[in-house]
Design a protein around this ligand. Structure first.
Ligand SMILES: [Zn+2]
Length: 201
């Protein structure tokens, strides 16, 4: 995954979410991991995104999400926490990875999903974001993936992972071969060896 740009409105987004949840009592009750997994599946299916596996975030201070898993320490196992992490998953799949994590597009997804899961309306949520100094992308940036696209991304990702594991394996074999050859007096020059290394860097 690429380097994410500076996350300049992260704190404002956290405060916005907390305030709106508190004000309207919509944080949601404490959910079990299984219930969280169910909610993740529900939200992801709205966007034709494969639901990541929900993991216990024991020992972690904060929640974490990528295409493959979401870790949810206890304090994040509620509706707001799950929606927040799902937005990370969806945004990472649909947009460039080098965006700031909590950018205006993230907030657009957050309020669009929240509007379907609470009685709060989009204009109200947009207004609340504005007075909380949180930037929201225009509705045009809110997209729903066509079915199958995320599945394709996921399989490419897994394939790449598999390939790099295989490369590592062959790399180690090449290292072994080189030292075995050295033992019987055959030297592989550094240039050849470096050329091989380039393949894996
Ligand atoms: Zn976040």
């Amino acid at each position: 995954m690429g380097q994410h740009a500076r996350d300049s409105q992260k704190q404002q987004v956290y405060e916005f979410e907390e305030e709106i949840a508190e004000l309207h009592g919509i944080k949601g009750e404490q959910l079990t991991l299984l219930e969280c997994q169910g909610l993740v599946a529900e939200i992801c299916s709205q966007f034709a995104v494969n639901p990541p596996e929900v993991k216990d975030g024991r020992g972690c201070k904060s929640a974490f999400a990528n295409e493959l898993w979401i870790t949810l320490p206890k304090q994040f196992r509620n509706m707001i926490g799950v929606v927040h992490e799902c937005c990370h998953v969806i945004c990472d799949i649909m947009f460039d990875c080098d965006r700031p994590y909590h950018d205006s597009i993230f907030v657009r997804y957050f309020i669009e999903i929240l509007a379907t899961r609470s009685t709060l309306t989009l204009p109200y949520l947009e207004h609340f974001a504005k007075i909380s100094h949180v930037q929201v992308a225009p509705p045009a940036d809110f997209r729903v993936l066509s079915p199958g696209v995320s599945g394709k991304l996921l399989s490419l990702y897994l394939e790449a992972d598999q390939c790099s594991a295989e490369l590592e394996f062959f790399c180690a074999q090449a290292d072994d071969a080189r030292s075995e050859l050295a033992e019987i007096g055959v030297q592989i020059d550094d240039e050849t060896y470096a050329a091989r290394s380039e393949l894996f860097s």
